[in-house]
Design a protein around this ligand. Sequence first.
Ligand SMILES: C[S@@+](CC[C@H](N)C(=O)[O-])C[C@H]1O[C@@H](n2cnc3c(N)ncnc32)[C@H](O)[C@@H]1O
Length: 264
Amino acid sequence: MSDSSLSSGLPTPGANYSLKEEIRTYWSGRAATFDSQVGHAIKSDAELAAFQSLLRQSFGAEPREVLDLACGTGEITRALLSLGHKVTALDFSEEMLARARAKHGDRARILAGDAERLLDDDGTYDALVTRHLVWTLTDPEAAFAEWFRVLKPGGKLLVIDGDWINRSWLQQMLNRAATFLRERAGAAPHAADRDAFDSITKRFFFRDGLSFERLGTMLRQTGFARIEAADYAQVVRAQQRNAALHDALRLASSTRFAVLATKG
Ligand SMILES: C[S@@+](CC[C@H](N)C(=O)[O-])C[C@H]1O[C@@H](n2cnc3c(N)ncnc32)[C@H](O)[C@@H]1O
């Protein structure tokens, strides 16, 4: 049994376990330390301001009905609430949801559910945002169709994600330097269960890596229009300014991007 499954008290994935359950077990095992890792919790006023700017550019300045899909510990929800949006936050990990509930109480509607099969009526939301979910989806075509369905006509979808599988030569160097400096600084190693991670990533739909282009093509095929890049780099810059050198390098060691799409 892995360390993370011992510490989370969750069962080890077995032969009769679906990939989706393994994904949930993996994230549940990371819930306790998730916010302490770079690029997760909003750590500074400058980072919050960068998020607010990204969300205003994507959804406009008026408060809207917004769904935060795969909300995790509720950090994107935090940014949405700070702009006055009415937020529904959904995740399938109770360990993650407990942290989101502790942060936001009843200021947001926080629900357990599967992001690939929503229970909402058609045309419920003005906007939908999801960070770091798409790369792990087991059935992205079905998920995107669901997200299209629950948006109002003219509604906006903002996907924040990255390629967590492939690294350019430069990104590999930056990642090695980040690991070296992190160890030299005596910082605790990341608590992720490496074996579980390697096992599940091999079976993801996007096991070869997610790219802006591939995601854009799939969203267009779903029916979304006006597919464009959103400026997530402003958030990453703010994260780097407030981070230790090893964490700033780590943030630069993967390709991160955001896609904004509109339900035409
Ligand atoms: C990398 S974390 C990101 C959390 C949050 N979006 C953030 O950026 O801080 C991925 C989250 O996706 C959730 N998740 C993965 N697949 C899901 C699914 N099919 N339905 C609901 N939640 C899912 C996990 O439980 C986990 O909380």
